[in-house]
Design a protein around this ligand. Structure first.
Ligand SMILES: [Zn+2]
Ligand SMILES: [Zn+2]
Length: 221
């Protein structure tokens, strides 16, 4: 952190004292011990093609993975729900914590899952998480993916309906051919969003290395 950044942070604390949303300690939005404990027991990686725990019965072991920092429950679940509200400064902080538990991957670009077309949210939490990852790993974040169809209602679909969605639900605003991509989202439930985005990127000539999420659906440790 530069001196200017440190001074800005100190000044901000004097004006608006912050506290850790997990333990209540004053001083930092999400303190170091809480950040470490949130990512202290990451779940097993999942197959980026189908969402199954690795080794996947269909696609084997030697493939792109969905790497989660934690299970989607407890404090992490609460924090992710806060991200969707006004606590956007938590997102890069959680991204930095997530980056710390994995060796630096060989990536050219981090690509966040985009906001839905009809989203009213002020910011994309996946992009803000990606910025935290990119800061630690020294990887550029490019918000180049976008939804081509309104699938905002997919949360109400069952798994079979989600899988029937065309791979063309994503498009890219820039050429990604030849780039090694890491995909980023806040939560992975079935894995279908990330596998669609990976498929769309591969169809455009990108190499999708892995996907990184703060948390993965419970019951898959
Ligand atoms: Zn704390
Ligand atoms: Zn699989």
């Amino acid at each position: 952190m530069s001196l200017i950044e440190t001074l800005v942070e100190v000044g901000a604390h004097m004006l608006w004292p912050v506290s850790c949303p997990v333990c209540g300690a004053v001083g930092k939005l999400l303190c170091e011990p809480c950040l470490r404990s949130l990512f202290g027991r990451p779940p097993l990686p999942r197959c980026l093609l189908c969402g199954e725990v690795i080794p996947c019965k269909v696609h084997g072991d030697n493939l792109s993975r969905i790497r989660a920092g934690s299970v989607y429950e407890g404090d992490m679940r609460e924090l992710i729900l806060m991200l969707k509200g006004k606590y956007e400064s938590l997102a890069p902080r959680l991204g930095r914590g997530l980056a710390g538990i994995f060796p630096r991957p060989g990536l050219d670009v981090l690509v966040p899952v985009p906001l839905h077309l009809k989203s009213k949210r002020r910011y994309n939490q996946a992009e803000a998480i990606a910025k935290g990852l990119g800061d630690v790993w020294g990887v550029e974040v490019r918000n180049v993916a976008r939804w081509t169809a309104d699938v905002a209602t997919r949360a109400g679909m069952n798994a079979a309906e989600r899988l029937s969605l065309s791979q063309d639900v994503f498009d890219f605003g820039e050429d990604v051919a030849g780039l090694r991509l890491g995909l980023v989202d806040d939560v992975c439930t079935t894995g279908s969003t990330l596998s669609r985005l990976a498929g769309a990127a591969r169809a455009r000539g990108a190499e999708v290395v892995d996907a990184f999420v703060l948390a993965s659906a419970a019951g898959r440790r």
